[in-house]
Design a protein around this ligand. Sequence first.
Ligand SMILES: [Zn+2]
Length: 254
Amino acid sequence: MSIAIDGYQVDIIVSGFPGKSVCHGGLGWSTIVLLRGHGRIALVDVGTFGMRNLLQKGLADHGLNNTDVTEVLLTHGHHDHCINWVMFRDARIVLGQSELEWAVEQPWGETPVAELYVERLNDWPTLHRAHDGEEILPGITCHLAAGHTPGHLIYVLRGESRDVIFTGDAAKNRAELISRDTDMTYDASISRATINMIWEHWRRHPASIVVPGHDLPMVLEDGRPEYIGKREAAITAWYGDDMETTTRIELTVA
Ligand SMILES: [Zn+2]
């Protein structure tokens, strides 16, 4: 998805995937978005280790280097969304104040929190501790969206004719948005209230777009979320006797 909204160009660099592995734990295939406008170059979430080359290539495709990024807007402290802030360490790194306070208190080795990456971020000079309702960039506000984690933020780009709502893992995918039930929540009722809040933002304009943490972007058609773009997801595996023979396994459904 590449879309122009009120002085911003919004490009999805990595589209998140709404699934879990069956035998190997969490996939962590999360969404990364590039926002350019008002003289700023921002990323909404920055993915995990396996996405570093992808992220660099995604920036290069737009003629950008890591050092061009001026802002990193993090939704929460889980490893699959935040660890690559270290690729952009001169940028302003935005994370919710309450999320950071919570994340650095989590016991090591027991949760998806990137323990050492948030600990280092906690005293990083370019860290910005964000608060509920704050305007982070011109026309872009952050909102507390608890449930998945206690200090999770969503970011809302307010446009004249449409908004874009970056939900991170407050609403990971289409199924969560429609059912209002969630996987990986510390309190299902808090997550449901957060998803209701996301819907209030979404319904402000008929053409508004939701970009979830682990799914394709969506727009409402007759009140129902419909995907924008086409899902691409596959794995290649070495099941043969040499390095040239690979098997491609598609993870999309017809
Ligand atoms: Zn998460």
